[in-house]
Design a protein around this ligand. Structure first.
Ligand code: 2NL
Length: 366
């Protein structure tokens, strides 16, 4: 009868002394691995007589059990000691403010376009869009601009090279009016739309960029007259500039696409050298500023657009979005709008949370 207690207590002592997980693994191999001492004992069972096996078997199995559970227990101990040490040495301060997430901002032109869409939606206008690459007919002919009109000259408009076999020149639209012509042709009358978007003219100096933004408005219905135009523009400008004292002055003018044509001025006051809209331009210390062009849609434009001018009348207007943004938010250099300088965008940009609504105010929150 062999005594395994020597091996057993030696194993227990070694396992208890193991300092890390690698030592545990080495001991597991030493006792229980293929060439391990406990494994060797198990193998001896095969060569024993049945009687011997009956007396030795339980002892050897008990030894293997004891070593296995001692290894597991020590491994557990080492692991939780490791975790405890890690918890003691590492700290996470949940009261620290989170690092700021870099966030883009809304460009002033986009902000103003959203404000315009919101104001005109409230007056029953839909937003219409169309191509920026137009053809001659939609951009000029349908708008009653004759071949001799200076805007049609090569040095005023960006033309694409003419493709052989196609009729008419293609160009970068010089206004968003072709969108309205297309909408009249597609949807007929009555109609209330605004057409905001990019337009292009061969012009570049301190107050002109070759690409700029325009919004045009069009109302077509029966018995529309200049009174509707004036009320609509006044209501729009009061909502946009968030002032009740906006005063309009209408002057006769000329556009090929409207008849009669009306230039609209707005009264302003000089406050600390800055022009602030509001009040009559005739008051002392005040002046008039030209803001937009408008008029009753020319009969010929209605005809080109497939409408009977004896049944339908309309008014239209056009205004620069960039100019509206400059006036409302006090920006003085038009070219900065399109430089893409992130410092300017950070200074003048809007939070994406500044959604214009008529109830909360169409401007940005302070
Ligand atoms: C300006 C003047 C204007 C229009 C645009 C228009 C469009 C159609 C028919 C008739 Cl489809 N008119 N648009 C009318 C008057 C003036 O813009 O100075 N814009 C910056």
């Amino acid at each position: 009868m062999a005594d395994y207690s020597q091996l057993g207590s030696e194993a227990q002592a070694c396992i208890a002394a193991a300092g890390d997980l690698a030592a545990i693994e080495a001991l597991r191999v030493e006792y229980l691995g293929k060439q391990g001492s406990v494994s060797a004992l198990l193998k001896t069972l095969g060569a024993m007589s049945p009687e011997e096996r009956q007396s030795e078997g339980p002892k050897i199995h008990a030894l293997r059990e004891a070593v296995t559970s001692a290894l597991a227990a020590r491994k557990d101990e080492l692991e939780s000691a490791g975790l405890a040490a890690q918890l003691a040495s590492e700290t996470l301060d949940l009261t620290l403010p989170a690092p700021e997430t870099p966030r883009g901002s809304v460009h002033p032109v986009s902000q103003v376009m959203d404000e315009l869409a919101e104001i005109f939606a409230d007056l029953g206008f839909a937003v219409a869009t169309g191509p920026e690459i137009e053809d001659d007919w939609y951009n000029f002919t349908a708008l009653n601009m004759p071949e001799s009109h200076p805007a049609r000259a090569m040095h005023d408009t960006f033309y694409f090279p003419t493709e052989p076999g196609t009729n008419g020149r293609t160009l970068l639209r010089t206004h968003t009016s072709p969108v309205q012509v297309r909408t009249m042709m597609a949807e007929g009358a009555p109609l209330r739309i605004i057409a905001p978007g990019r337009v292009y003219r061969s012009d570049s100096d301190a107050t002109h960029t070759p690409m700029f933004h325009q919004v045009e408005g069009l109302v077509i219905d029966r018995d529309i007259h200049l009174g509707h135009l004036k009320w609509t523009l006044e209501t729009f400008l009061k909502a946009f500039f968030e002032r009740d004292d906006i005063v309009l002055r209408l002057r006769p003018s000329y556009f090929p696409f409207t008849e009669p044509s009306v230039e609209v001025d707005v009264g302003f006051a000089l406050e600390n050298g800055r022009r602030v809209l509001g009040g009559s331009g005739d008051a002392p210390g005040h002046g008039w500023m030209e803001l937009l062009g408008s008029g009753m849609v020319n009969r010929r434009v209605l005809e080109f657009s497939g409408l009977d001018p004896d049944q339908w009348q309309g008014f239209a207007f056009g205004v620069g979005v960039d100019r509206l943004a400059m006036l409302k938010y006090g920006m003085d250099d038009l070219r900065a709008f399109f430089d893409g300088d992130v410092r300017w965008l950070k200074h003048y940009g809007f939070s994406f949370l500044d959604q214009p609504t008529l109830s909360a105010g169409v401007g940005a929150r302070p």
